[in-house]
Design a protein around this ligand. Structure first.
Ligand code: ADP
Ligand code: MG
Length: 687
């Protein structure tokens, strides 16, 4: 390959070796076993091929308007073929008497059916060969297309690689394993991925590559889990004592839900096992994770340890501190708050109380990770909304003690099971799958922007009943100026409608000074204003139970998890709550699907599943920051859940018999894991 194309491949797709190239997997296949007649085809069809004669192309227009057109005809009809570039050579090649195989996607332009930039091959013995089987279509980028680095050229490059390798592709799984799981060999799998010899072989090739990919990820992550459990002792929380019991029997503001009880039991038995706990607690917005966190911290206290809880933002940390102090106000437990804005003097007092053990529970932000913070005896660390904490930060926390504390990571963004098993496979997982009783499910409606006045009327009715409303605008850095203008305009419209009725409106966005922001929030929370117009700054953590309406403007521009988080701001009180998704008439298929999902379910896990299917794991909130890469080349976590299960079982079976992968028969596994996961981070120290 020429240097220019090679560097384009590296730039655009990160391809630098034969291996990279072989793992550049087609994103779809077209059936080239079938020939259509022109009379049969319609613009609804995907890529198709026809056998036809072609008239001599004529070139019209100049400069950017220039194009070549020709007519294909096969006796059943006529079809226009169009080229906008690269046609000089082609036009000299076409002879009107010969038959050709024409391949492409039929479209309609100016009421005529045509194919733009069709692939054309003379219909001869060679072409008949190509009719057999499926043709791979590869993802390409704009830049690649400009350099004629097309899907078809990639296919040729793949073929060249196979020719020059003469079958020497090193197998990456041991023979006994291939046999046991009925897999095909790597060489055959890769060959059939690029050049499917039959639908069945294509299926087997896909299965082998997906299974292997998921298997090695699981083998790596479960190996860490197996070994950590073997290597590290944990503090033993053997007793349930006064702190826990006193709170449970005398200060609990409401009965725990069954799910809360179950999760506390799981955590208790884990912390009592003598092994260090590493647990992920998943629970939808409002499922009551804070209370679970508190009770686990009391358990630590009962066994003579300190505990801390960290939140991603200062607002959230402060809110946790208030909630927890409030719940513990009639108990002897000491609670402190440490954030970036804690004053020096106060900070020193906190540090001292932490070091000598007088302070039992510390609530805070990243400031907790500063090196000067020393605990006397930290037994449990709880991390709320963990994905905002980087891996390195968690590792730092670990080093705060010689014996590692138990770690509980809480997340409010439900993660689909397949993703959780892949990203957090080394953590145990607990799920709160139940909301506290008495909550009325939020009703969600989709309303077009042209009906905004009706929405205002509705808000007015609810405000008259004493409720409050949020109106949220999108704010995206690429279109920030426009977005701020929309927000300002929105604020003016809302004020113009509601002020004459005697209601007042708060506004909160990122450009306000912190003090101003806080004041606006305070007024809304205190009920002094009835409406809060805001950007997504309110997404995390804000708790105003009296607010029962969430209006989301330009809802089509939000992602599913964001919509779900925003909706979670209402439905916190006893009243019926509403979420109104405002959109324009023009909706892409994907936005329509998002809106439909929101109006049809309140279940965060179900929404996360749809999100995963729509966007793929790379884009799901939290996966990039989670520190674990989830760059799957072949498998798709949205679709391959069953294969993932099989991979987990296979990996577990191997590790149970040979946790360090030292046996002769497992040598290939050991070297592959080493080769595939060369990360510099010491995973043993990661919670
Ligand atoms: P999240 O899981 O989103 O962090 P929170 O811990 O903030 O949820 O709890 C949401 C609300 O539910 C809080 O107002 C909390 O007091 C309340 N809550 C928690 N557990 C229960 C329960 N068992 N019964 C009733 N209300 C509860
Ligand atoms: Mg919470």
């Amino acid at each position: 390959m020429g240097e220019k194309r090679a560097s384009l491949l590296a730039q655009e797709l990160g391809i630098e070796s034969y291996e990279d190239m072989l793992y550049h997997i087609p994103h779809k296949y077209v059936d080239r076993t079938r020939l259509y007649t022109i009379g049969e085809i319609s613009p609804q069809l995907p890529y198709i091929q026809i056998k036809a004669k072609i008239t001599t192309p004529t070139v019209t227009g100049v400069g950017k308007q220039a194009r070549a057109t020709a007519i294909a005809h096969d006796g059943t009809g006529e079809l226009e073929l169009v080229w906008f570039k690269g046609y000089k050579y082609l036009t000299s090649q076409i002879s009107p008497d010969k038959e050709y195989i024409i391949f492409g996607k039929p479209t309609v332009f100016n009421q005529k059916m045509n194919i733009v930039h069709p692939e054309i091959d003379p219909y001869d013995a060679n072409a008949r060969d190509r009719l057999i089987g499926f043709q791979a279509i590869y993802p390409t980028t704009e830049k690649m297309k400009k350099a004629y680095l097309t899907s078809r050229l990639i296919s040729k490059i793949e073929a060249n690689i196979f020719n020059s390798l003469h079958g020497r592709i090193q197998e990456t799984l041991p023979a006994w394993f291939i046999k046991r799981y009925n897999l095909i060999y790597l060489h055959d799998a890769l060959y059939n991925i690029h050049f499917p010899q039959s639908p069945d072989l294509l299926r087997q090739a896909q299965y082998r590559l997906k299974f292997e990919e998921l298997f090695y990820i699981q083998l790596n992550i479960l190996k860490l889990k197996f070994n950590r459990k073997a290597a590290f002792q944990g503090h033993v929380f053997s007793t349930v004592g006064n702190y826990f019991n006193d709170f449970y029997y005398h200060h609990l503001p409401f009965p725990l839900t069954d799910a809360q009880k179950r999760v506390i039991r799981e955590i208790r038995s884990d912390c009592g096992s003598g092994k260090q706990m590493n647990r992920l607690l998943q629970g939808d917005v409002g499922s009551g994770k804070t209370l679970v966190a508190l009770m686990c911290m009391l358990l630590a206290l009962d066994n003579g340890y300190q505990a801390c809880i960290m939140a991603p933002t200062e607002i959230l940390a402060t809110q946790h501190f208030q909630t927890i102090s409030d719940l513990l106000k009639n108990t002897p437990v000491s609670v402190g708050l440490l954030t970036g804005s804690t004053r020096k003097k106060e900070r020193e007092i906190l540090h001292e109380a932490l070091t000598d053990g007088r302070l039992q529970i510390l609530v805070g932000t990243h400031a907790l990770l500063e090196d000067v913070v020393h605990f006397r005896n930290i037994g449990l660390v709880i991390i709320d909304e963990q994905h905002r904490f980087g891996v390195a930060q968690r590792a730092k926390l670990w080093q705060k003690n010689t014996i590692p504390p138990h770690v509980l990571v809480m997340t409010a963004t439900p993660i689909p099971r397949t993703l959780a098993m892949t990203l957090y496979g080394d953590l145990d997982i607990s799920v709160i799958d139940q909301l506290p009783p008495g909550r009325k499910p939020i009703t969600t409606h989709h309303v077009y922007e042209s009906r905004r006045l009706q929405v205002y009327k509705f808000i007015r009715q609810e405000i008259e009943k004493g409720r409050q409303a949020y109106i949220v605008y999108p704010l995206i850095s690429e279109s920030e100026k426009m977005d701020y203008r929309n927000l300002e305009e929105g604020y003016e419209n809302v004020s113009a409608y509601f002020a004459p009725l005697g209601y007042s409106v708060s506004i909160v966005h990122g450009k306000l000074k912190p003090a101003e922001k806080e004041e606006q929030m305070r007024r809304f929370a205190a009920g002094e204003t009835q409406i809060l117009v805001a950007t997504t700054v309110i997404e995390v953590g804000v708790n105003v139970p009296n607010a029962s309406i969430m209006v989301i403007e330009s809802a089509e521009r939000f992602g599913l998890s964001q919509l779900h988080q925003l909706r979670g701001r209402v439905g916190r009180g006893a009243e019926q709550s509403y979420c109104i998704l405002m959109t324009s008439y023009k909706l892409s298929n994907e936005s329509r699907k998002r809106v439909e999902t929101m109006t049809s379910t309140n279940d965060g896990f179900e929404i996360a599943e749809v999100d995963l299917k729509l966007r793929g794991p790379g884009d799901i909130e939290g996966t990039q920051q989670s520190g674990l890469t989830c760059n799957l080349r072949v498998a798709n976590l949205g679709k391959d859940g069953l294969i993932l299960n099989e991979a987990i079982q296979a990996a577990t079976a191997i590790l149970e018999a040979d946790p360090l992968l030292e046996k002769e028969e497992n040598r290939t596994f050991a070297s592959q894991v080493k080769r595939l996961f060369k990360t510099r981070i010491n995973w043993r120290y990661i919670s």
